[in-house]
Design a protein around this ligand. Structure first.
Ligand code: H79
Length: 480
């Protein structure tokens, strides 16, 4: 039989040595300090810019992102205007231009009806923070090609074409930082509007074909736009998508990556900067590809990817990424979303949860309710998510998930047991031989928990009822 305790210790030493995802947050979690608008580059960051980074340097560059574990994705563009409906037909989302086969000239006119007078970036950032999220990723430009900031790269932008008359990216970047959150942008490589690109066959904008004579100009405009975003919104993360077009080569991706790291050495870039996703939406790239982290979409992988492999699962609360008029039945429950967050953390990954705001500039009520619900849970249990790393145990327990914080600065090694299904006989079992010095329920620290250990198994006698209706967390301090 394997020795879980020994394996635990070995993993702990390994993680400490490589400087992976350690707890840096004192408990109880302190108010976050505002993130400086132009953080100093970390010592290893120039190495990333030159493509010569050690795994320890990468861990340091990605430290805030790894500790964060939970972020907000925002899909906002012209598609919010039709809200999923075109010519009486429903079921579309942010892909409506392609799926409803809307001619460019007609689609452009949606801009005349995009007037988000209720946009309150401070309120959005506060909602994210209150949900326990640590960063925000906003679409700067989706496949539709419409830029959500005042850019020199294209006149097809929010400042020029809408009654609103100004950009929405920098205001959210600033609001996010005031709330102590990091900020990033989504950017689509494929562009259904730009004249360089056209349908690959009648009615099929996806994937686009490019006119070779216009490619250099298009890539130059991309760089103009991305430089503006990095310099004006000081983006911490670049989240590419629409990378699967044949005309976007690995050479293009490497050139763009070097360009971006030259602008901001510490910048974090997803794997979709290059067409290398395996298994379609699974979002995993082979090793050695450009980018910093893998991007499973609409799923949490069955297993973690092991140390040194960074990933983030992005997921919608409902059926579409952009705002659509839908019904409650289309939405995942707060409990389901919360379990995806915990599942991601227990496997060593991040969870990026999406909201599609309306064309008036508001988050849908259903999204706000879910974020508030997760926030109430995070208020009590956030320490079991933030700054944690993957479970050290080989087996996923039938009752739930495990996250851990390695021993640091005199604190004991900690395991967090996220109990999805409260045991009927009140006894929680896990294969752990290492001695336990304390066991406490985060939602009810005074509740008595009986500890019984033997034969490589830990048995915790829990109170008869779960203190949290969704997921109750037991914090286990292990003896050194
Ligand atoms: O922005 C959101 C979506 O609009 C966008 N990604 C998230 C973050 C997206 N959603 N669905 N898709 C993209 C579907 C893409 C499907 C395909 Fe392919 C593109 C099928 C074939 C080409 C990508 C590449 C998946 C398989 C190969």
């Amino acid at each position: 039989m394997p020795q879980p305790a020994l394996r635990l210790l070995a993993l702990g030493l390994l993680a400490a040595a490589v400087g992976l995802a350690c707890s840096r947050t004192p408990e109880p979690e302190a108010e976050p300090a505002p993130v400086p608008a132009s953080p100093a580059a970390s010592p290893g960051s120039t190495a990333a810019a030159h493509g010569k980074e050690t795994s320890a340097q990468k861990a340091e560059r990605l430290a805030w992102w790894t500790d964060a574990r939970f972020g907000l994705f925002i899909h906002w563009g012209l598609y919010a205007v039709p809200a999923g409906e075109w010519q009486g037909k429903r079921g579309y989302g942010e892909w409506i231009m392609e799926e409803a086969d809307i001619p460019k000239a007609e689609y452009e006119r949606l801009a005349e009806r995009f007037n988000p007078v209720k946009y309150d970036p401070e309120a959005w950032a506060r909602a994210a923070k209150d949900a326990g999220m640590k960063y925000v990723i906003l679409t700067s430009k989706h496949h539709e090609g419409f830029a959500m900031w005042d850019t020199q790269g294209t006149d097809y932008n929010i400042a020029r074409r809408t009654p609103y008359g100004k950009g929405v990216i920098e205001p959210l970047a600033e609001a996010a930082r005031r709330q102590g959150l990091h900020f990033g942008v989504y950017y689509s490589i494929m562009d259904w509007h730009d004249p360089s690109q056209r349908e690959s066959k009648p009615g099929a904008l996806n994937p686009t074909l490019i006119d070779p004579a216009q490619k250099a100009r298009y890539v130059r405009d991309m760089k103009t736009e991305l430089r503006e975003l990095v310099e004006r919104a000081d983006v911490d993360v670049l989240w590419f998508d629409g990378e699967w077009v044949d005309w976007w080569t690995q050479e293009d991706a490497r050139d763009l990556e070097a360009f971006l790291r030259g602008l901001k050495p510490d910048i974090i870039i997803n794997n979709r900067i290059f067409n290398s996703r395996e298994g379609s939406m699974a979002g995993i790239s082979p090793t050695g590809m450009p980018g910093d982290f893998h991007t499973p979409e609409q799923e949490v992988p069955a297993k973690g990817l092991g140390p040194g492999n960074y990933w983030e699962s992005c997921m919608t609360m409902n059926q579409k990424w952009g705002f659509v008029n839908d019904s409650e039945a289309d939405w995942k429950s707060t409990g389901v979303l919360l379990r995806h967050l915990i599942d991601s953390a227990s496997k060593g990954g991040n969870f990026l949860l999406n909201v599609g705001p309306t064309a008036e500039g508001e988050f849908p009520q259903r999204a706000l309710q879910r974020m508030a619900g997760i926030g109430r849970w995070m208020q009590i249990n956030g320490e079991a998510i933030h700054g944690t790393s993957a479970t050290p145990l080989e087996q996923t327990p039938a009752w739930g998930r495990i996250t851990r914080k390695p021993a640091e600065g005199g604190a004991a090694e900690r395991l967090y047991l996220h109990v999805f299904d409260w045991p009927r006989d009140d006894v929680l079992r896990l294969p752990l031989a290492q001695a336990v010095s304390s066991a406490r329920l985060l939602a009810d620290p005074d509740a008595r928990i009986g500890i019984d250990q033997g034969d490589g198994e830990l048995r915790l006698r829990l109170p008869a009822a779960a203190p949290d209706p969704e997921v109750s967390v037991v914090r286990l301090d292990l003896s050194p």
